[in-house]
Design a protein around this ligand. Sequence first.
Ligand code: PLP
Length: 405
Amino acid sequence: MSSAPVIEAVSAAEHIQQLERDYLLQNYARYPLTLHRGKGCYVYDLAGKRYLDMIAGIGVNALGYAHPRITKVIKEQAGLLIHTSNLYYHEYQGRLAERLAQVSGLQRTFFSNSGTEAMEGALKMVRAHGNKLHPEKFETVSLLNSFHGRTFGALSVTGQEKYRRDFEPMLPGVKFVPSNDLVALEQAVSERTAGIVIEWIQGEGGINPMTHEYARKARELADKYDALLIFDEIQCGVGRPGTYFAYQLASPVILPDIMVAAKPMSCGLPLGCIVANERAAAAIGSGMHGSTFGGGPLACRVALEFFDMMPELLPQIRSKGVHFRSRLAELQKRYGFIKEVRGEGLMVGVELDIPGKQMVLDAMAQGMLMNCTHDTVLRFLPPYIVTEKEIDRAVSVLAKIFKKQ
Ligand SMILES: Cc1ncc(COP(=O)(O)O)c(C=O)c1O
C-alpha cells in the first residue's frame, strides 16, 4: 500500500478517537485500534492491516467474521422482519427455545439481549421462588472472583469488589464464598438461601474452572434447601468448551435449575437467554418479566443457523483446544514465568507471574488480538472456526513476545 492511504487511515482513526473523547462516556479504555472489516478469523484496521483475532469480541464472534451462512440469513431476514416486539408471534423464537431445550436438558426459555439481562431475569426468578416459600428466603450465595454483569442484580452477585464499590448499596442478602471450597459453600447455604450462582469456568476471573465435586455439592445443597441453582454459561457456554454447555463436561451431567447464556448465541447479534426447568420457570407468571427487543426474529434466526452447525463444530472445538493447550504447554516448558495453562475447548488462559498488559499491545503490533484479565492471565476465546494453522501462528507470535521478557 502506498503511504497516502495509510496517512488517510491514520487521520480517519484519529478523527474517530477524537469524536469518542468528545461525545462518549469515558468508561472504556480502548486499545488504539480502529477496526473496519473482518473475514474468517481475521479483522482488518482502517489502513488494511490484518490481525488474527484470538479474542473474537470477547467470545462473541463464534463463526468469525463475514461467515457466508450467517451473512446470507442476516440479509434474507433483514428484508423480511427484524423486530416484532413480544406482542406477537414470529417463526423463530419458539423454534430456538425448542432447540435450547433439546441441547440443555432444561425446558423453558426467556430471551434477553445480553448476558447481564439474562442474569437479572434469573435473579428475579430466584427472588420470586424464595418469596413464594417464605418472606425471609431471599439470600443468594455467589462466588468470589466471579463476574456476572454490570446491571444492579448481576453486579450484586459479582464477586469482585472493584466492580461494585462505586455503586453501593447493592442488593441485600448476597453471600460470597471462595470457589471450590466445599466447606465454605456448605456453611453459607441455609433455609434462607433462594439461589446459588456459579460460573462454571470463571472467564473474566482468569479462566478458573469449578471442580465437578464442587458443582455436585452445590446441586445437593440447592436440593436440600429448596434453592435454585444458576449456572452462568455466558462466557463458558454455547459450544465454547467443546460441549453445548460447560456443565455437560461432568459425567453424569450436573443440571442446574436455571442456565443463563449469551455471548456467541447469535454470532455477533445481541441475544441472551435464561433456560430453566419447570420448577424454576414456575416462579415467573404472566406479566412478571419481559423485554421489548429480546428474542427478535433476526437474532433468533441467526442463532438457529448457528445451532444447525454446532454438531459439526463441537468435536473440532475439543480437538483444536487440545492442540492449542499442548502447544502452550511447550512454551511453558521454555519460559519459567508461565505458571499454568488452563481451560476447556476454545476457552484458554495462560497464567503468568509477570504482568501481561504490555504483551497484548506487543501481540497487536505483531498482528494478533488477545486479551489479558486479572493483570496476569492471557485470555484466548478464538472463533470456533479457527484452524490448527492459525493456532500455531498465534503460538509463534506468543513465543516471540515471551522471548523478549
Ligand atoms: C460470565 C459472564 N456473565 C455475565 C456477563 C455479562 O454479559 P454482558 O456483557 O453481555 O452483559 C459476562 C460478560 O463478560 C460474563 O463473562
